[in-house]
Ligand binder design. Sequence first.
Ligand code: EMZ
Length: 386
Amino acid sequence: MSTPPLFPDPFQQAREQRGLGEMDDQGDPVLMVLRHRDLRRSAHKYQDFSSEVEPGRIVVPSEINIRDMRQIPFELDPPRHTAYRAVLEDWFRRPLGENYQPSLRQMIRDLIEQTISEGPREIVHDFALPLQSRALTLLLNVPLAEAATWISWGTHVFRSEDNPLDGNKATVLYDYIDAQIKQAMQQPGGDVYSVLLNTEVNGRRMTKEEVKGVLVLTFAGGRDTVINAITNSIAYFAHQPKALEQLRQNPDIIPRAVEELVRYFSPLTQMGRVATKDTQVCEHTVNANSRISLCWASANRDASVFENPDEVVLDRAMNPHVAFGFSHHKCLGATHTRTLMKILLEQLIKQVQSIKVIEANEKVEDWGEFQRKVGYDKLKVKMLPI
Ligand code: EMZ
């Protein structure tokens, strides 16, 4: 008898039968595009399905009530989007540079070492969150000490334990970024703030507000997603000890394993767009100014694209997953995250024999007709050394 998947796919039936899902979101409903092919088509059509609407409206759940700051470049359409994207790409490729990976490896090695030696550890808050924050100091090229402040914000910058849309937390983030920008203007250095303040887009320097828009996205978008990817990988290896063994025997497949894990976990379930005119998706009418969402998590289990979609096939050869998004908006932080995940797997097989789960509380998202496990609120494990 086969065991149920560790991360079930709640969209299967709706995807196969209708291709669409429907959910309410604070009175602004969302038509969820569930099939891989429809999703990829819609993602390309920015003239029909825009990202450049009221700030916060393309996010599901909508953030229009808690922020009016536009995140850049993800809340812009081409051609405005293209110019920002072009200058940001260089910076976000830094993980491929020389000193980045040894520093990241050191962080990961130390954290695993501590986890092994200090007994059971809660992974979400005491492993994934510190790792995400420390690694981000490398991406932003700021002192490691900054990570302590970011860790104190918890796993999401706009959500707190008792409030799924917390405007006060947004203020903490904005004030922090304003202060960093001010400091960079007084004393420029090699950090992201100084570099972006000096970067030209369309023949003029980026303004403070624009730099802030980029940083808000970097802090917000790359946070719970990366935390889920790290935590879920550890949960997966605990449940499948053979998988760790398979990677130990064939470390060459690690880059493929990273792609497969992010496909399977799809740490970001969906992202919205707003129709600019009356149009159609999957033979369904979409009215002007209504919302659709590109449901990455569903497309990544589409059996017409992925054989055995509910299985983790660590060396899956063809893997056109959309876990980092698709088309011109695909994730800017993907190089950083892929690098982090690759080193995490490399170090796990070097340092860890097996992982035992002691306590697990699943984090289940509620999307109306769909309930989706996206990660954990709490995952206490013991790592046993090699
Ligand atoms: C937005 C989003 C970006 C949003 C790629 O995702 O991530 C969410 O976690 C934030 O709340 O504001 O940045």
